[in-house]
Design a binder for this molecule. Sequence first.
Ligand code: ADP
Length: 610
Amino acid sequence: MKEVKTPKRPLIYYYCIVLLIILLFNLLVTPLLSRNQVTEVDYGTFMDMIEAQDIGAVQVEDTRILFTDKAGTTAYQTVPMEDPTLTERLHDAGATFARVMEEPVSPLWSFLLTFVLPILIFVGLGQYMSRKLMEQAGGGKGSMTFGMGKSSAKVYVQSTKGIKFSDVAGEDEAKESLAEVVDYLHNPGKYTQAGASMPKGILLVGPPGTGKTMLAKAVAGEANVPFFSISGSEFVEMFVGMGASKVRDLFKQAKEKAPCIVFIDEIDAIGQKRSSGSGYGGNDEREQTLNQLLTEMDGFEENTGVIILAATNRPESLDPALTRPGRFDRRVPVELPDLAGREAILKVHAKKIKTAEDVDFHTIARMAAGASGAELANIINEAALRAVRGGRTIVNEADLEESIEVVIAGYQKKNAVLSDQEKKVVAYHEIGHALVAAMQTNSAPVQKITIIPRTSGALGYTMQVDTGDQYLLTREEIENKIATYTGGRAAEEVAFGQITTGASNDIEQATKLARAMITRYGMNEDFDMVALETVQNQYLGGDTSLACSPDTQKEIDRKVVELVKAQHQKARKLLEDNRDKLDELAKFLYEKETITGEEFMEILRGGERP
Ligand code: ADP
């Protein structure tokens, strides 16, 4: 696709030019001005002139002799010599010993050079800079008024290589919703005849990397219409009013090119709720831009063929005015892919590389639970890179498995040297997690355990695989998960009677879960079904904010501690009861460094070691 955009230069670039010119002016012009109009002659000429009695005034200095001819029209200078009789001879020649006026530069020149020229330079530079500034701000060429506030929306000129819905794997509900838009763009008559009108704006909502941009491009690709793409943050400009004017310009361009798709990425950058009290600290520019966007959306007639798609991962922060009917009234969720979706995405991206016949994408998709489309694309690419490193052109299953670990846990840290004791502790810690998980019902089976350090800082980890997508968790299942998190530390306690810093991440995860059980899932009898916390950004890490009194907060903290403690004790008891298995498995892991889920289960069931 062709993309048109003006490159921007930083302001510092223009300041540097001004500085350079001032420097050059000082270096070149100033010495020129101070140089007088004196002719340099040799001492012989000077003596000849004395002899010819062609000397007017003479001024003898330490480093030079200044003199004029008889008529006094030209000033000369020469180097002084050891000449004791010079004064006498000069006197005889009728010279007058007086100050020789060095002929000044013509007043007109001096005026032009010292006064007019700098002013001209500065005015010229000022003009140039302001024009450049306008171009930067407006993104277009032209005079001050015409260039200001031109939108820098990229215009993708449709080409045959356009993205199609088939390139977007999974996300069937979203595609279904958008297919209607494509149909409308192909065949608007059908809709107008029935008196139906297309929504003017459609909001794509979901976590980062789930394919929102891709879907918007696919709509344009399927409908074969121009695609305007701009990011919300590009509207927010240095000068107040510029963003609003960009919005105007974008809509003007879009109407000219209709039917077309306008895609505004990260609309929350301008569409955030407007502050209720206008006081200090309000962002006028952003609000003006938002107001302009609202006005433009109201302004254009329905069925003009301009469809606005916007993407955000913070829908709760959007201004209600933006989402009311007549504006972005359709909301299309673009969620993280489920198991089938992940498998489909992996397969779409795997088409770009050569994979071995026996690669089982279903297993890979199961291992990559929770990964977004962008992460899955990354996993495929990492696997291809690993194959190249190994001197192969075909990607095998091991490459894919390793690349999932790379994306999840970082690269293997080849040169990290763990002491023997540390390696033992890590082995017990990881087996602790796996054993506690395996001894409890409803825990996901272990896929792989490794004690090879990773660049992310993890010294080892246990990879569990979700058997399917589970949407509901029972109280017992969450408690088991907490117990599994505490299993690592519990194993250290059971085996060494000592604890290490290795459990910091486990502690964080266990606390998070325990807290959510009490404050959000209503799984505590005392608080019953009362919401004590609200989720702020469900698509961005899910930060929560407390919604209760300080006394209740204290109570919550106490209950969280109780809950985690109970699960920790349960885990320790489980490990103590199975001490022989713990030792056996930890020893096996210590020797092999990486063991598979099957090997683990085999030893656990008391079978022969593979
Ligand atoms: P978003 O706009 O939601 O942040 P993008 O559309 O920019 O995400 O997706 C980033 C990349 O992730 C895409 O270029 C694509 O390679 C990959 N991707 C994401 N979702 C999908 C999907 N459903 N099918 C295929 N590829 C996907």
